[in-house]
Design a protein around this ligand. Structure first.
Ligand code: TNX
Length: 481
């Protein structure tokens, strides 16, 4: 029996027999997130609480072979011991997620459940295909609080995602407190799609999210979407609006109608102050400046805007990330990543093809493969369908390196836009069962084989059941038991 691992590891050998986790099975490892995470996970579901022992039967160590790279690991399970080795704490953390999936589904239970707790004997050598494996949550269209964001992280962790992109600002709301501009959230954070009260993250809230993500080896990429998608900012400060008059807060779901005052010098003072605070709140290397759907901005203005704005981000020591439209900027700072989002059946726009040919790294999020806000099919109650329905198989069976031939692909990201989503159960419904497939696209070696994937995915539904995830989509594509 081949264990149902998602994403599939680089190399897996299954041996006879199994290791049995018991009340005496101690874990030992370096003082790090991976060791703590594993210890807590085992204790939560099994109720066993053996004292930590330097010679535990489960041993994590940082002496993995050099070719494992930053996130790779080697996992050897024999009847007598579990040995997990990596080069880095991050590698150990990814390996812990594999060990987690080798245990019975009950290991996902939030309360102790009866064993037994066998782990099949295996030898696994694993490392990711792509370094950027992201999930994105839109907290602007509907606000999701700290607890909801943590739960979102929890959903991504077992599948080895390492980037948490937060879409923090849009027409419908500005969600991150900026001390120098309190009205951004004080006023611009009080709306959202529909009737709700909106909301925002205080600086302390955001720090809590960053720390939680870091404890799960995920990097937070904050997005301030510019120069379109900015109604909430303009509604808060009139000088940001081209006419100098504050517009109304916006509660609809249209896109492409707003634009900052791109000609006023004060706009760039504002952006400099915002970036300074965002950069200090999100310690990761990236700052996402949006750049999508600036439909009110002429090509000339857009180019000039990016020419002034991108250096404000790099001045903070950050690597710029922007949606694919920013390929039209005359000069992209060294290291800039562009995020591809248009459907794969559209021709690659010339400026993007050009940027790719110059080696600009791309993050692949084509809407007809990776947009988790798309409906599963016409009958889905939640979601949008502008890029077509997105079934489980369609989000799984694609090659990120085939979308823009010859491009340097940094990785894959699954965005979840929230025009139609209001609760964490709504989020779960859109994530599962598509998210694991995108994890496999991002982590596992190509090519993808649906027929070997679908039984593994089916097995994972038992894990979601055990975890108490009730709202995942019961897709007919997974077939019967
Ligand atoms: C396009 S993707 C958008 C978002 C919407 C999304 C809905 C992108 C860069 N812009 O503003 O929320 O479609 O699917």
């Amino acid at each position: 029996m081949i264990p149902a691992l998602i994403p599939a590891p680089h190399a897996l050998t299954v041996h006879d027999g199994s290791f049995e986790l018991t009340a005496d099975t101690a874990v030992s490892g370096p003082e790090c997130h991976a060791t703590r995470f594993l210890t807590a996970l085992l204790r939560r579901a099994t109720g066993y609480a053996p004292p930590p022992s330097p010679e535990g039967a489960i041993v994590l160590s940082l002496d993995g072979p050099a070719d494992l790279g930053e996130e790779g690991y080697r996992l050897d399970v024999s009847a007598g011991a579990v040995r997990l080795r990596a080069r880095t704490e991050e590698g150990l953390f990814r390996g812990v997620q594999t060990l987690r999936q080798l245990l019975p589904a009950g290991i996902e239970s939030p309360v102790p459940v009866p064993g037994p707790w066998p782990v099949p004997c295996v030898s696994i050598t694993d490392k990711p295909r792509f370094r950027w494996r992201g999930v994105m949550l839109d907290v602007a269209r509907h606000f999701f609080d700290v607890a909801a964001v943590k739960r979102f992280v929890d959903r991504a962790v077992p599948y080895k995602f390492n980037v948490l992109h937060l879409h923090l600002t849009d027409d419908q709301g500005w969600r991150l407190e900026i001390a120098s501009h309190p009205r951004l959230t004080g006023h611009g954070g009080t709306s959202q799609v529909g009737e709700g009260p909106g909301g925002h993250f205080s600086r302390a809230d955001f720090a809590e999210i960053v720390a939680y993500a870091a404890a799960h080896h995920m990097t937070v990429v904050p997005e301030i979407d510019l120069p379109g998608h900015t109604q909430a900012a303009m509604a808060s400060y009139p000088h940001l609006a081209p006419e100098g008059v504050t517009p109304e807060l916006y509660r609809g779901i249209d896109v492409g109608f707003s634009q900052l005052a791109v000609h006023k010098p004060t706009t760039y003072d504002f952006l400099d102050e915002v970036f300074t605070e965002v950069a200090s709140l999100a310690p990761g290397p990236y700052l996402h400046v949006g750049g999508d759907e600036a439909l009110q901005t002429t090509a000339e203005d857009y180019a000039a805007f990016m020419t002034r704005t991108l250096p404000l981000a790099t001045r903070q020591g950050k690597t710029v990330v922007a949606w694919q439209e920013a390929a039209a900027a005359p000069a992209l700072p060294e290291g800039t990543h562009l995020q591809y989002w248009r459907p794969t059946h559209e021709p690659v726009p010339a400026p993007l093809a050009d940027a790719a040919s110059r080696g600009v790294p791309l993050i692949m999020s084509p809407a007809n493969r990776a947009y988790l806000d798309m409906k599963y099919d016409e009958t889905s109650e939640l979601g949008l369908i502008w890029a077509g329905a997105l079934g489980v198989r369609q989000s799984y069976e694609w090659d990120p390196e085939a979308v823009v031939p010859g491009a340097r692909v940094a990785g894959v990201e699954a965005p979840l836009w929230s025009e139609t989503l209001t609760t964490s159960d709504d989020i779960d419904h859109m994530l599962y069962p598509r998210l694991p497939g995108l994890a496999e696209v991002a982590w596992s070696p190509a090519p993808k084989d649906w027929s070997s994937y679908v039984p593994r995915l089916r097995a994972h539904t038992l894990r979601w059941d055990a975890a108490g995830i009730t709202s995942y989509h019961r897709s007919p594509e997974l077939g019967e038991g």
